[in-house]
Design a protein around this ligand. Structure first.
Ligand code: SF4
Length: 374
């Protein structure tokens, strides 16, 4: 067994597999430089030295030896390469509630993976120390797709999730992991800022079981000022996921004074109901001061409860408050008889009263993916 194999074996038998540039263990896990760059899947050649990436809404035009906005895709000799293939910076076993799914195998654990790079630049980014860095500026692990799937099998987990940074930044890696995982009956999910372009998204959906998407605000100015982004691609992404019958849940991080406007929240909820469906779970998540927004207070609970009330009045069936431990709106309630279906304390499921996809008390159908199938 060589050193690399030894390190991996050690990792696969530990419960916690988390690694970032700040980890005291980082010297053990230096990136394996023998790994090859991986040619990108969605780009067009504009000239002998210039390409255009087609993966996300930015459609970066990239000159020779340059990278796109995300720092994760590079033009080398007129070809575009993914710099993050096989190069996670974080691998961790998390409860599915942390992703945060509410209607997808509650109470199960998930292997979560993230890489460096992002196509947005959110002022409230909680993982800025690797998500907003180039892959070369953080230390990386080296895991081939089959090795990722092996960990899931050894740990007897149900699901693989790409999260922590925007998974579009490691699109080819995620796709290849998902393809292998599906062959083994493993569920595949990702948490996205929902700004991937239509063509790569449609190509990925046959290998995807569920998606959590951020809808950061229903206000283009917020996207421009807070995220260096725009709203429209997000709405298109959500509609395509829904149209393709992939299970979808939406998260809205409520930042006090920036996106907590009542009218915008009302418009957002109405849009979700009309375009994605009243059965789509929507979580209002509590903001805590971080990165460039340390000047703001945590979101007052009353603001989250006001947003929750607006969503319910708008006709959404499953509305949650996240990031507030012990809040009653962390629970799932039956839209018909109002009884508690899933009781949550923090990230733990205390009771689950959904039986065969229905409310145990009144038999009402509860939308979601409930059975653990592995
Ligand atoms: S994925 Fe990266 S390189 Fe490609 S268009 Fe988006 S930001 Fe630009």
């Amino acid at each position: 067994m060589n050193r690399r194999e030894f390190i991996k074996k050690s990792i696969s038998y530990s419960c916690i597999l988390f690694f970032t540039a700040f980890s005291p263990l980082k010297s053990l896990f230096a990136y394996d430089t023998s790994s090859k760059l991986h040619e990108a899947s969605f780009y067009t050649i504009l000239s002998s030295s210039r390409v255009q990436c087609q993966l996300c809404f930015r459609r970066c035009v990239i000159d020779e030896r340059k990278r796109g906005f995300c720092k994760a895709r590079e033009n080398k000799n007129g070809k575009l390469y993914s710099i993050t293939y096989n190069r996670p910076v974080a691998i961790h076993i998390d409860p599915v509630e942390k992703i945060p799914f509410s209607h997808f195998y509650p109470g199960t654990d998930v292997l979560c993976i993230g890489t460096a790079g992002c196509n947005l630049m959110c002022l409230n980014c909680i993982n800025w120390h690797f998500a907003l860095k180039a892959p070369d500026d953080v230390e990386n692990l080296s895991y081939y797709p089959e090795e990722v799937v092996n960990i899931v099998q050894e740990k007897n987990l149900t699901t693989i999730c790409f999260t922590y940074n925007e998974p579009t930044m490691c699109y080819e890696y995620m796709r290849d992991v998902f393809k292998l995982a599906k062959k083994q009956g493993i569920k595949t999910v990702f948490h996205s800022n929902a700004s991937m372009n239509v063509e790569p998204l449609i190509a990925l959906l046959p290998y995807t079981d569920a998606i959590i998407a951020d809808l950061k605000a229903f206000n283009n100015d917020f996207y421009i000022k807070n995220c260096s982004s725009i709203l429209d691609p997000v709405l298109s992404f959500l509609k395509i996921v829904k149209k393709n019958n992939i299970w979808l849940e939406i998260v809205n991080l409520v930042i006090p004074g920036l996106n907590d406007n009542k009218e915008d929240i009302k418009k957002m909820c109405t849009w979700i109901k009309d375009n994605i469906g009243a059965e789509t779970p929507l979580q209002f998540s509590r903001f805590f001061p971080t990165y460039k927004l340390t000047n703001l207070p945590p979101t007052p609970i009353s603001i989250l409860e006001r947003a929750h009330a607006i969503a319910q009045e708008s006709g959404l069936h499953y509305v949650y408050i996240g990031n507030v431990s012990g809040h009653p709106y962390a629970n799932t309630y039956c839209p018909s008889c109002s009884k508690i279906l899933i009781e949550r304390k923090g990230l733990l499921v205390q009771q689950n009263n959904i039986k065969d996809g229905n409310c145990r008390f009144c038999g009402h159908k509860i939308h979601g993916i409930w059975e653990k199938r592995r």
